[in-house]
Design a protein around this ligand. Structure first.
Ligand code: NAP
Length: 271
């Protein structure tokens, strides 16, 4: 039972993903009778989600929200202490490498338990023509041998890595408009998932795409392009994800993170 005398436990979720929003929703009490998962831990919670502020109009999670960088690992550690955070959940995108490392350092400095939520990566199936690389630079280097009309879905922040490819044409899909440097021959499609196989098929056809570039984000909402590429015999350059920082426990689903919090707080209560 919740202890009325104790202030609520404070959970900080590093967000910017569907998983972070799902976790915030699962931890934030709904009005009685509302649909959706029940709040996980048996104690009062204060849930804050942190967003980097990259997207102009982000989809906002339930609970409290703060926006903007912390100022490196020291800034994050300070924030954890000043806001009496009891648990830190790194539910950032699998490619948001810097903030994940900052989280590991800050959690260790501030002695706050840390858990990472990482959706599983995509796996190639029969008929897929994947070229796996470890960086955007490697992806750019692989492109000229694979095609001339590129569907680039790696986000607007990394476009500079492709800016020197003057002989190729790019269809760039991003949530917000990209800024230079970017490839000279490109069309921008402002959109965000979820995407359907039918829609992706139509895009590949309409733009005569002959190679696709994607990060292995693993998200269901953006997996349709892989199916469409397989069907059309379009090769896919897949940028592999960076590893989670050493020593940080990982779960795949927000529900497992809620379970972890429940275990953490009930163990603390029994001491
Ligand atoms: P990043 O390279 O790992 O982080 C760069 C800096 O941005 C961090 O050092 C931190 O600044 C700030 N930052 C990142 N995530 C933050 C958060 N959730 N709250 C507060 N500050 C944050 O990150 P990124 O790849 O640019 O991604 C930024 C955000 O977009 C992440 O939250 C991520 O979940 C989301 N996102 C990223 C991608 C992707 O492909 N990378 C795709 C979809 C969504 P300080 O050092 O000043 O604290």
């Amino acid at each position: 039972m919740p202890d009325a005398a104790r202030p609520p436990r404070h959970v900080l979720i590093l967000g910017g993903t569907t998983e972070a929003r799902r976790l915030a929703a699962a931890l934030t009490p709904e009005p009685a009778g509302a649909p959706g998962p029940a709040p996980a831990p048996e104690c009062a919670l204060r849930v804050t989600t942190s967003l980097a502020g990259r997207v102009a109009a982000p989809r906002l999670p339930a609970g409290e929200v703060r926006i903007g960088g912390f100022g490196g690992p020291e800034g994050l550690a300070r924030w954890l202490r000043e806001h009496a955070v009891d648990a830190l959940i790194d539910a950032t995108h699998p490619f948001a490498d810097t903030i994940s490392h900052n989280a590991a350092l800050a959690a260790a400095t501030a002695h706050v338990p840390l858990l990472a939520v990482r959706r599983p990566g995509w796996v190639p199936g029969p008929g897929d023509a994947w070229h796996q690389v470890t960086s955007l630079d490697e992806a750019a280097a692989a492109l000229p041998a694979l095609g001339t009309r590129v569907f680039l879905t790696t986000g607007r922040m990394g476009l500079s890595h492709f800016a020197h490819l003057t002989g190729l044409w790019f269809l760039v899909r991003s949530v917000d408009a990209p800024e230079p440097p970017h490839p000279p021959r490109m069309e921008v499609l402002l959109d965000r998932g979820p995407f359907t196989v039918e829609g992706e098929r139509a895009l590949l056809r309409a733009h005569r795409i002959d190679v696709l570039v994607t990060k292995d984000s693993g998200a269901a909402a953006t997996a349709a392009k892989l199916t469409a590429a397989r069907e059309a015999g379009v090769p896919v350059v897949v940028v592999r994800r960076p590893p989670v920082p050493d020593g940080v426990p990982v779960v795949e689903e927000p529900e497992a993170a809620a379970e972890w919090l429940r275990g953490l707080f009930s163990a603390a209560d029994s001491h």
